[in-house]
Structures are given as C-alpha cells and as structure tokens.
Design a protein around this ligand. Structure first.
Ligand code: ZN
Length: 420
C-alpha cells in the first residue's frame, strides 16, 4: 500500500496550481496557466522513471511504463484531466487536512462561517475515521481531477518500485480542458496506442461506469415585433410571451431537479429576452438513444406548432449533438469492465456500477476508438467550495490501478468467454 503522506504531498503539489479552464477561449489549452501544471507533470513522469514522456503543443501529456513480461499483453491506458471547472474559482487553493474524521461538522472557514456538514452532505459519513482533505471554503479543491492524476502517477511509481509485480505496457494520458467538454478533442488515440483505457474521474470509492448520457445543446430563438406600446394593438409580438409558452409546453417534470437514475431531461439553463427577441438555452440528456432522438424531435415540433399558431416563423430551434452514451462501444468489449471489477474486489471494494448523469472524456474517447470506462477518483461535491476527498479513497484507487495492471498481464481469456 502506498504511503498516506506521500499521496497527500503529491495531491497538494497539484491543487495549489491554478488550472481553471475557460469555455470562452478557443485556444488549447483554453488557459495559459494550465501549462504550469502540464510542464510539472511531464517533468515528474520522467523523474519517477516513465518512458516516452511527451507534452504536445496542446498540452496533452502521454507517457509509457514498459512491459516487464515476455509474453504478449494488451496495452492499456489510464487517463485524467488536469484542468478544473470554471464554475468556481481554483485560484489560491489552500487544502486543509482533517485526520481521523469524527463524523461531525467540519469548519472550512471560521470567519465566513462556512461549514461542511454531514447533515447536508451525508456522504461524509462514509469516511468516518479517515483522513479528509477539504478546501478553506473560498475555492474549489480540484480533486476533480487532480485526485485522478495523483492516483495514476502514484500507481506508476509503485509499479516501477515493485518490479516483482508483473504487467504489460501501460500508457498514461493527461488532458487539459475536460471541464469545458474538450478534453478528448485533441487526444491522439493512435499515438496513445492502447487497446483500451480507464478514466480515473469518478467520485465515490467503488464507482465503475460505462454508461453516460447522450447529450445535445439547443438554442431556441423567438423573434418578436417591437411597436410603440401606445399603438401596438394587433401589431406587437412580444417574443418573451411566446418563449414562455414554449418553455411551458415542454414536460415540466422532465427537468434535472425531478429526475434521477436513467431518466432523461430537458434543462433550460439560459433565458435572455426582450420584446424583439428571446433566446433560450437548453441542454437535452438521455441515456436511451431512441428517447434522446424523440426529445430533439419534440423540441422542433413545439416550435413548428407555435409557428403555425402565429401563422409565420417566429420560433427557430438549433440543436447540436454534444456526446453519446459510450455503452454501445463498451458492450462488445465487456471484459474491460470485468477486469476493473475484479481489480476492485481484490482491493476489498465492492464495485458500484451505475449510469453517469453526465459525460466523461472516456465517452468521447470510446467513440474515437479507445473504449474507456470511468473509475472512481474519490472526490465528492465537485466544482465548488464543499469539494473534499478522503486520502484512503485515493490509496484504494492506486491499488485498483495496480491490480488492473496485474490482472491484464494474467490470462484474461476467462473475462472474454461470455462475449463470444
Ligand atoms: Zn473530472
């Protein structure tokens, strides 16, 4: 087992570097400051003894741990992202360590009375007696996904220091800009050269995911007609009223706040209106491809209906697909999920397999030819001041990575049998 303090030190050295990404930038990486951590990571990978360490012009990092067996073993990979979410500031992160957590409130910030309480965040109680790393209440923590990076680097270091553990060739990939949906965009799958990989980007210890949403974004534009209100009778068209009709025509209970599990939704996340023009920003999510297509069709049909009522085209809808459920790419190679499950069992963890209500780098990578389920990284309450990660979960993740390497170098035909 890898030493606790070693994990803490490594994790801290990453989270104190601000790597917030920026959706409004077209550059890759979207922010210059992501280079600060990218450069450090490339150096560190060399230092621990990784080979073929590359840092490309877009800040994607790749590295190799060569095989230490003579028989052929599939090349596998581990992937994480080093940017943090623009939802909350990642500047001046000051991690706090709480040892032997007693199950009570954790005061993150005394002056501002910011409390991390199990009354509200009951997941905390899973980690009684463990060492918890939190923020100081003013920033996010960046366990998403610097916990994943910590785990991958630590696992590679562990394997290098323990040559008695037999494994095949392992590839490591760290990406920028995952939080703005572009982590996989410039990932060179061919250069990576793995048969399959795992993102270390899940939350609670045990999470193992190979299903995610199908996702699209929609912009609904309503055109009105502005006329002087004093002489508007029969002439004015107030786009905000029509937009409101549009909103109310969509199923009100199929929204994020009313759905869970495999239930899909429409999410209105922006409304900008004047009499003359109103723009509605939606995202559409569904695990089921058919339902997903039906949702998109419904958004168009509602626009058609309103246009018919108005007897002219006032509503237009522009829908763009964002990503798809990786399940169809994973199912033909289910042994890669079974290997991860076995690796968890050997680490004393029960796998929690459930559909992700979101996307991952792995879903995009899976469609780019690199099947890529997602494994827990250990953090909770991502993208905000209440983010925390138990050190023990990070230790377990390291163990899982090491076990996956080990199991893949053994005879994996038993995992493949049922696929035939
Ligand atoms: Zn993440």
């Amino acid at each position: 087992m890898i030493e606790k303090q070693h994990i803490i030190d490594r994790f801290k050295s990453y989270v104190i570097i601000d790597t917030e990404s920026d959706p409004n930038s077209d550059a890759t990486p979207s922010t210059e400051k992501q280079w600060n951590l990218a450069n450090k990571l490339a150096e560190e990978l060399k230092q621990i003894g990784m080979e073929d360490v590359t840092l490309d012009e877009n800040a994607y990092i790749m590295a190799t741990l060569p095989s230490n067996v003579s028989h052929p073993v599939p090349v596998i990979g581990f992937v994480s992202h080093f940017d943090t979410s623009p939802d909350f500031t990642g500047a001046n992160v000051k991690p706090q360590i709480f040892e032997n957590y007693d199950g009570k409130d954790i005061v993150l910030n005394k002056e501002q009375n910011i409390i991390l309480s199990p009354d509200y965040f009951e997941d905390l109680l899973l980690y009684k007696g463990q060492t918890i790393i939190t923020t100081d209440g003013k920033t996010l923590l960046g366990a998403d996904d610097k916990a994943g990076i910590t785990e991958i680097v630590s696992a590679m270091e562990y394997l290098i220091n323990h040559p008695e553990i037999k494994h095949g060739k392992i590839r490591v990939g760290f990406t920028p800009d995952e939080e703005i949906g572009r982590g996989a965009h410039k990932f060179d799958v061919k250069k990576f050269g793995a048969e399959w990989a795992y993102t270390m980007d899940g939350s609670q210890v045990g999470e193992l995911e190979y299903e995610n949403f199908n996702a699209a974004g929609a912009v609904v534009t309503v055109k009105g007609k502005i006329v002087h209100p004093g002489s508007a009778k029969g002439k004015m068209i107030n786009s905000m009223y029509i937009a409101t009709d549009y909103i109310n025509s969509l199923p009100r209970l199929e929204t994020p706040e009313h759905t869970e599990g495999r239930e899909g939704f429409f999410h209105l996340h922006g409304f900008k209106g004047s009499v003359d023009e109103t723009k509605l920003q939606y995202i559409i999510r569904d695990h089921d491809k058919k339902h997903f297509e039906a949702r998109k069709a419904m958004m168009q049909r509602l626009a058609d209906d309103l246009n018919e009522q108005q007897e002219m085209e006032v509503v237009t809808v522009e829908i763009k697909d964002q990503y798809f459920n990786m399940r169809e790419k994973i199912e033909p190679v289910m042994h890669i999920v079974k290997i991860a499950k076995q690796a968890m069992e050997e680490a004393g963890i029960e796998a929690i397999i459930k559909p992700i209500r979101g996307g991952t780098d792995g879903s995009q990578l899976s469609f780019m030819g690199l099947p890529c389920p997602n494994i827990f990284a250990g953090g909770h309450n991502f993208h905000g001041r209440y983010e925390f990660v138990p050190v023990e979960s990070m230790q377990k993740a390291v163990e899982v990575i090491v076990n996956i390497a080990k199991i893949t170098a053994l005879d994996i035909s038993k995992f493949k049998k049922e696929e035939e």
